[in-house]
Design a protein around this ligand. Structure first.
Ligand code: G1P
Length: 278
């Protein structure tokens, strides 16, 4: 199965380092953030991957490409563990790249994947600056697709004072942890944010989109029809709301921990989390 990993943003919250190092290439231990994202996709069966990059982010391409010269040196030096670590990276998945020429938002970046996805019935999108700490939600999302044939978004509880930073979903529970969504809003004010309703009719905590999506190719027509929204950008959430109106959209809740590498504080916290074997 195929996946798209958008990794084209400017990384303004990581300036000045993002001048020279893409935020997706910042280290978590001995590997960059995007290594974990590719590994998650491949492990969940999405091992044909399109990474959306922008100019200046060629180190991502270099990281996932074989490096025969380095391999030769390590082999000659008998450094077999290092050699294996180096060889394992390009073997994780079959990766292609597309360039986003102008920064027109996440929706525009995903739109660039249309030809790559082709006629595949379903594909995933994993945001390149988020690491899922425990099991990936993609398994549950793929299972929801198998039984209900609807696209989905991963949801996680979100404190009220943070809803204006995320995409937020409203909807009704139709199975354990699975919601039929009735509203998708990008970065709403807390008093205008939609809510999920449990099976017994009680309102739940706010739930935000947690950086993992499962789409049908119909999302591409929805993206083409979506005009610039919040921040003058083509918002993926606006296209998802269109797709929901046409075909329905599920929310799949997930109880693992999302490590958001979108800010320096998030990166530090993620490094701490990953250093902890629990
Ligand atoms: C993006 C999406 C938002 C989502 C968030 C985290 O926002 O637009 O809907 O909740 O990622 O997955 P960004 O962090 O790029 O502002």
């Amino acid at each position: 199965m195929k996946a798209i990993i958008p990794a084209a943003g400017l990384g303004t919250r990581f300036l000045p380092i993002a001048k020279a190092v893409p935020k997706e290439m910042l280290p978590l231990g001995d590997r960059p953030v995007i290594h974990y994202v590719v590994a998650e996709a491949a492990t969940a069966g999405f091992d044909e991957i399109l990474v959306i990059v922008s100019r200046g982010k060629e180190s991502i391409i270099e990281y996932f490409s074989p490096n025969p010269e380095l391999e030769h040196l390590l082999e000659a030096a008998g450094k077999s563990a290092a050699l294996e670590a180096v060889r394992a990276v390009p073997r994780m998945a079959r990766i292609e790249y597309a360039y986003q020429e102008t920064m027109r938002g996440l929706g525009d970046a995903v739109r660039l994947g249309r030809a790559f996805i082709g006629d595949d019935p379903v594909f995933s999108v994993l945001l390149g600056d988020t690491v899922m700490r425990h099991a990936s939600p993609l398994g549950a999302m793929a299972a929801a697709w198998e039984s209900l044939r609807k696209p989905s978004v991963c949801l996680e509880p979100c404190p009220e004072d943070r809803v204006s930073r995320y995409g937020v979903a409203g909807g009704r529970e139709i199975g354990p942890g699975v919601f039929e969504l009735d509203r998708l809003v990008e970065k709403p004010a807390a008093d205008a944010a939609p809510r999920l309703i449990s099976r017994d009719g009680s309102p739940l905590a706010f739930h935000a989109f947690a950086a993992r999506y499962l789409f049908t190719p119909a999302i591409f027509d929805c993206l083409d029809a979506t005009r610039a929204g919040l921040g003058g950008e083509i918002q993926l959430t606006d296209a998802m709301e269109r797709l929901r109106q046409a075909d329905g959209m599920l929310g799949v809740t997930w109880t693992g921990k999302r490590l958001d590498i979108g800010s320096p504080a998030g990166l530090v916290e993620a490094a701490r989390e990953l250093a902890d074997p629990q």
